[in-house]
Ligand binder design. Structure first.
Ligand code: SF4
Length: 363
């Protein structure tokens, strides 16, 4: 796919969500660009990410009791997968459908969700008095000036208090070293921060903190995030401070101070095509990532109906194979122009690369 960037305007941030904050600390410009593009990703998400939204919805439906047996499980699963595949086809991503062939461990993930269904009754109901439970899914939590707004996946209220749950489909833990030097697994910082912010927003709206915070994961079911009320308040103040500081840099037009290009920060940033700081960084670090810049010199069509592009990068000839022949005219019109290729398959041994379903070229 060949794309051109639309005009965009850098604007002050009017709000931030608890799920955005942790990633925005490492590069605030990522959030600023996301805001400028209406939070529409400039690069395609992979099949696993698309499946993540299906899994997320399934766990929500299980927690709410909409899915309560094998039959409702199958009906909802089939319906969600079909709808997602239809959506992908409409977005020109038919090449990653059917999802079962492109999502890592698709069948395993489906079974893990079934396990959540099986264990759900004893897990939630043993920890809560279910007789008076009220379930609120996708519940909006916000402060009074709406500068911090989040959507909690599920809130359960009953006579003994409130429980906030958030569903996660990826890895929940990261490694940490405790005081005695022993490595231990801890809940990822970003998830902990997100839930503590939900707790404080809940407090601001209801005058009381929840009694428990849980992450619901595919493999570990329900993981409690311990918290103190003061922790939640401190994180909340930090987020307000982050917003004010970021906006002051935007107002001073000092964007350089909030852009932090690095392999770790940029690797999964969906706004790389709009980030001039990344483009500059890429010129000396292109071997670290799956993107490549250069001038298109020649377009070759092979006997297997694929295309190979000959590009020049820093004086070196590089070949990029794997494009479909339908793009021949489009690429020929770019001969002599500088472009950046995103999401290529590269090897350590050679600069040459291969395009795949997620490769996008921005001119
Ligand atoms: S590409 Fe890198 S530097 Fe640019 S906004 Fe994204 S994370 Fe920040």
């Amino acid at each position: 796919m060949i794309k051109k960037l639309n005009d965009y305007k850098i604007k002050n941030l009017t709000h931030i969500s608890p799920s955005q904050y942790h990633s925005a600390i490492s590069c605030p410009y990522k959030l600023v660009l996301a805001n400028s593009f209406g939070y529409q990703s400039l690069l395609p998400l992979n099949a696993n990410a698309h499946c993540g939204s299906i899994i997320h919805k399934m766990i929500e439906l299980i927690s709410k009791g909409v899915i309560n047996d094998e039959q409702t499980f199958t009906e909802n699963w089939t319906d969600l997968v079909n709808k997602k595949e239809e959506e992908l086809k409409q977005k020109g991503l038919a090449s990653i459908t059917p999802l079962k062939y492109f999502v890592t461990d698709f069948a395993l993930k489906k079974n893990q969700i079934k396990n959540i269904l099986r264990k759900k009754q004893e897990k939630i109901r043993s920890s809560l008095d279910t007789s008076s439970n009220k379930f609120y899914s996708e519940k909006r939590l916000e402060n009074s000036d709406k500068s911090i707004i989040g959507i909690a996946d599920l809130i359960i209220e009953n006579d003994s208090g409130t429980t906030i749950l958030d569903f996660k489909t990826g890895k929940i833990y990261s490694d940490a070293i405790d005081e005695s030097g022993i490595s231990e697994q801890v809940v990822k910082k970003e998830y902990e921060i997100q839930l503590k912010l939900y707790a404080h927003l809940y407090f601001l709206m209801n005058g009381k903190y929840p009694k428990a915070l849980f992450i619901v994961s595919l493999s570990n079911d329900f993981i409690e995030v311990e918290f103190k009320n003061t922790d939640c308040e401190i994180i909340y103040s930090e987020v307000l401070n982050f917003l004010a500081t970021t906006n002051s840099f935007i107002t001073k037009n000092d964007i350089k101070s909030i852009a932090k290009p690095s392999t770790e920060n940029c690797r999964y940033c969906s706004y790389r095509p709009a980030c001039g700081f990344y483009s500059n960084w890429l010129t000396t670090n292109f071997e670290e990532v799956h993107d490549l810049f250069g001038t298109i010199e020649k377009v070759n069509q092979f006997s297997n109906d694929t295309l190979g592009l000959q590009i020049k990068t820093l004086g070196k000839q590089i070949l990029i194979n794997g494009f479909t022949k339908e793009k021949k005219g489009d690429f020929e019109s770019l001969i002599g122009k500088n472009v950046i290729f995103y999401n290529l398959k590269k090897t350590r041994q050679s600069l040459n690369a291969t395009a795949n379903n997620f490769t996008i070229v921005y001119e």
